[in-house]
Design a protein around this ligand. Structure first.
Ligand SMILES: Cc1cc2nc3c(=O)[nH]c(=O)nc-3n(C[C@H](O)[C@H](O)[C@H](O)COP(=O)(O)O)c2cc1C
Length: 393
């Protein structure tokens, strides 16, 4: 599975470090050459000798007492991929800030290869705003975050924070390195459109673009060739082609003109249904009295794609508030292959959050409800479904 691959395993100082030896063993069994780099704190939880015995190479433990002159750049260049497991809150924070004051972080900064990070910590530390901010930053930088799971934690607590199982880390790494979406041409739309009322005001919506960005990042990390048509700040990662647009019309023009060159289109953008018929050339003023806004429909981008003769595999999104009936209706009537519905009124779900609880519908109305996940994890499962459906023809 990982035959001939060079994997750097970074181990930081949490209780789950004891699982790092087992993870290293699974990587070796999968055919990889494994070299470890550990933090000083990791040495409190697992012996360097254990990792050396499993991998056949003594771990890098610092900058200064190693046989190599520059161990971090050697490792970074050698790696086809780097796993950081367990990743403590401290290591996540340092990596998000680019603070390379130990060999593990320096190696992560020195590599241009993909990084998979498996957080492990107490629930309170995981839920802490700083940790969540750092994880979101790393995810936007293209780092693949796997887990954490819910489960028993050190000290008898139970909750999210437990390191995901080593087998799942190996599976995530394999998906990235094997590139199960290799060569697929993907187009993703993201963000909320803005329809001008006058030079300073617009009709808009609360979409942040985070879900679309996660869909684009996940596809790119798994080998797809990705074009992201977006109104929102886009991730600067893995060579995603970014087309900036503002209005529904601009998004429609870009999407329709490029759709024939795409194998899969995922419409995660929140597109306005209506726009002002005429946008005022001058700023409206209170003194001029109550304005009268005449609206007209915007182009239905999804319908346009669904009506194409040789259309790409089509995934729509529906943001609903309260009930997902509207999403189900859209799934069965819009001519899409898959429709992702989410109730934006639920806590942790919808706009501007880093998590989402979605239901994936097929066009016959069959529903698969996913639990509350990070947007990147939800995107990963969505791509698994897309991949499987396309391979079944
Ligand atoms: C017994 C014990 C267990 C710990 N477990 C964790 C843990 O699971 N996750 C975590 O983020 N920090 C944990 N810590 C705190 C880290 O060891 C500490 O933040 C350290 O500075 C991490 O450094 P490193 O990321 O450079 O390895 C633990 C500390 C102790 C004393």
């Amino acid at each position: 599975m990982l035959t001939g691959r060079n994997i750097v395993l970074g181990v930081s100082g949490g209780v789950a470090a004891y699982k790092a030896a087992y993870l290293a063993r699974r990587l070796v069994e999968a055919g990889a050459a494994v070299r470890c780099v550990m933090t000083e704190s990791a040495g409190q939880f697992i012996g360097a000798q254990t990792l050396a015995a499993v991998t056949g190479e003594h771990p890098v433990e610092g900058f200064w007492d190693e046989p190599e002159v520059s161990p971090h750049t050697d490792l970074g260049h050698w790696a086809d991929a780097m796993i950081i497991a367990p990743a403590t809150a401290a290591t996540i924070a340092k990596l998000a800030a680019g603070l390379s004051d130990n060999a593990l972080i320096a190696t992560a900064l020195a590599t241009e290869s993909p990084i998979v990070l498996a957080p492990a910590m107490h629930t309170e530390m995981w839920n802490n705003a700083a940790t969540q901010r750092n994880v979101a930053l790393l995810s936007a930088d293209g780092v693949t975050i796997v887990g954490p799971d819910r489960g028993a934690l050190a000290g008898g607590d139970v909750g999210p924070g437990r390191m995901i199982e080593p087998e799942e880390i190996v599976a995530a790494l394999s998906r990235i390195l094997e590139g199960d979406l290799d060569g697929i041409r993907v187009m993703v739309t993201a963000g909320g459109t803005r329809e001008a009322i006058d030079p300073v005001r617009y009709i808009g919506n609360r979409s942040s673009g985070k879900m679309g960005n996660a869909v684009a990042l996940e596809a790119a990390s798994r080998g797809a060739q990705v074009t992201l048509i977006t109104t929102a700040p886009a991730p600067d990662a893995l060579g995603i082609e970014v087309i900036a647009v503002e209005t529904a019309q601009e998004m429609a023009d870009q999407t329709w003109s490029r759709a024939t060159a795409a194998d899969v289109v995922v419409m995660a953008a929140a597109v306005a249904d209506f726009r002002p018929q005429v946008a005022g050339e001058e700023k409206m003023r209170r003194a001029d009295g109550m304005p009268h806004l005449e609206l007209e429909p915007t182009p239905d981008i999804l319908a346009g794609l669904a009506g194409m003769e040789d259309r790409p595999f089509l995934v729509g999104f529906a943001a609903e508030a309260g009930s997902l009936d509207g999403a189900l209706h859209k799934a069965t009537t819009k001519g899409v292959d898959l429709l992702v519905g989410n109730d934006v009124s639920r806590p942790g779900s919808g706009f501007a959050t880093d998590t989402n609880e979605v239901t994936i519908y097929t066009s016959d109305g069959a529903a698969e409800h996913l639990p509350l996940l990070s947007k990147r994890e939800a995107a990963g499962l969505l791509w698994d479904r897309i991949r499987d459906m396309r391979s079944q023809g």
